[in-house]
Design a protein around this ligand. Sequence first.
Ligand code: NAP
Length: 283
Amino acid sequence: MTARILDGRPVAARLAEDLSARSATVAARIGAAPELAILRLDDEEGSGVYAQSVARAARKVGIEPRVVNPSPSSSADDIAELIRGLNGDGRVAGVVIAQPLPPRLASPSLVDLIDPAKDVDGATSVNAGRVSRGEPALAPATARAVMEILRYYEIPIAGRRAVVVGRSPVIGRPVAHLLLAADATVTICHRRTPDLAGETSRAELLVVAAGEPGLIGAGMVAPGCVVIDCGISVRSEGVVGDVHFAAVAEFAKAITPVPGGVGPVTAMTLVAQAVAAAEGLPD
Ligand code: NAP
């Protein structure tokens, strides 16, 4: 293997370094620990795992998680009322809706009720717009986590040919905008891209967020490429990414593992954005 392994754990640890002190300063000012509201809109295992991992990261840095799990029969109006209440609550620094959302509630208009200043997972149209304009914003945590990994390992971005596989609002689109803002030349690929291998093999920096295990194989990556694999799929052999790790690591310059790459950085990035939002809470 020639690739440098881009371990996410030291990146998360570096991000966490000053967060406890900063949240303690906010707690002293507002008279209580700032809270991160995690809205679980179903009782499925997936949203439970998400809520737990965010809550764990929050506690580590002195942010109090408040998991809100309304009855599964709640209407969109009930949830809207709940979100408005959290927006107006002076102890709540951030509001996230646990992924995945139940299909009946997965509407941008519901997410857009979150106050953009408390939208610590960059889910609202306001923050998506700011990210797309290259303005400072609370960005989707996974997209921001990719940038944190590149920064920690001092991987140059400006002037590089970056290829992003995936165009979801959660990862692909925002990461493409963040790379563009960092002066990369960016190509975005999706299912209708006719020659995916042709596009990916021109990349100097490849970010994959497709949700298809093994999508990116050895013949699709140029020697010397830096590969960031955001994919998380649970298979009988364990958690796997979108990149055929063993094959690509033979000649890539650097690669994130799955698990242990983007995942651990994502939760801490979200919490870092919650601390930043807490600093904006009024006394
Ligand atoms: P998504 O909403 O399903 O989007 C997947 C994107 O990949 C779509 O744009 C899709 O193209 C594209 N795609 C899928 N198969 C493709 C193929 N064969 N060729 C080209 N493009 C393809 O998924 P997501 O929410 O962005 O998540 C992507 C992955 O990241 C999943 O494995 C998810 O579990 C993982 N994830 C990781 C983290 C983390 O912290 N590391 C956080 C969230 C999600 P179309 O638009 O044409 O359909």
